[in-house]
Design a protein around this ligand. Structure first.
Ligand code: MD3
Ligand code: FE
Length: 213
């Protein structure tokens, strides 16, 4: 029954125990973030990674920060080097770090210092099936997610894959802080619908900030 309970402001919503939705929190920094995103993807281009089961992901990904999330036939893991270039991932832009820390602080995590930012790019039809994020070392650390561009329907499930999932639309500029008891919930994104955003075109970009190492 706590879904959509108000915390303090109309823009800050408690989604579940430990999780806070900050509607539009990234809007004021969007121009800087778009510029910084361009610089990151110039050094580390988006690519479609392959799961350990041999499936190519519909979401294109890249990373910035000290560590990057990668998958290939050998498994899921964090790595300091981009397998495409053999070089370290691009540094996390100051604008990204500042936004992630400010959002985490508002949600009650005053010490959050992410070392990884996974950048997901969805085009029409791209989806992410229900999964848990379990490759990070410390599940007491939250994950901060930032949605930009075309909106999507996010699914928040329970602690077992078969648990019923709640649908939640995420719009350009929305930030969600996932921590506490919610950190190991199953979650996913429904296939992206055809749409257009003035700054991001046909794409949805999602940044997830993690303390991975
Ligand atoms: C809920 N990305 O990259 S971010 C992922 O929109 C991922 O691209 C989705 O799931 C996306 O792993 C969702 C929101 C998110 C991230 C981590 C969570 C929701 C979460 C961890 C626990 C519960
Ligand atoms: Fe996830």
């Amino acid at each position: 029954m706590d879904l959509f309970d108000e915390i303090d402001e109309s823009q800050s919503l408690k989604l579940a125990e430990g999780s806070t939705l900050l509607r539009g929190f990234a809007l004021c920094e969007q121009a800087t973030m778009l510029k910084d995103l361009h610089a990151v993807v110039t050094l580390a281009p988006f690519r479609h990674m392959v799961t350990p089961g041999g499936f190519t992901m519909s979401v294109a990904m890249t990373n910035c920060g000290d560590l990057g999330w990668v998958t290939d036939k050998k498994g899921y893991r964090y790595d300091a080097l981009d397998p495409l270039t053999g070089k370290p991932w691009p540094a996390m832009p100051a604008s990204f770090m500042a936004l992630a820390r400010a959002a985490a602080k508002l949600a009650g995590y005053s010490e959050f210092t992410p070392d990884a930012c996974l950048i997901n790019r969805y085009q029409v039809g791209a989806r992410m099936s229900l999964h848990q994020d379990k490759n990070e070392r410390d599940f007491n650390q939250p994950i901060v997610s930032v949605s930009l561009g075309v909106s999507a329907v996010f699914q928040l499930g329970g602690f077992e894959r078969a648990d019923k999932a709640v649908k939640l639309p995420l719009y350009h500029g929305d930030v969600v802080v996932w921590g506490g008891d919610s950190r190991l919930r199953y979650h996913g994104v429904l296939p992206l619908k055809v749409s257009h955003h003035p700054a991001f075109g046909e794409y949805r970009i999602n940044l997830t900030f993690r303390k991975a190492g």
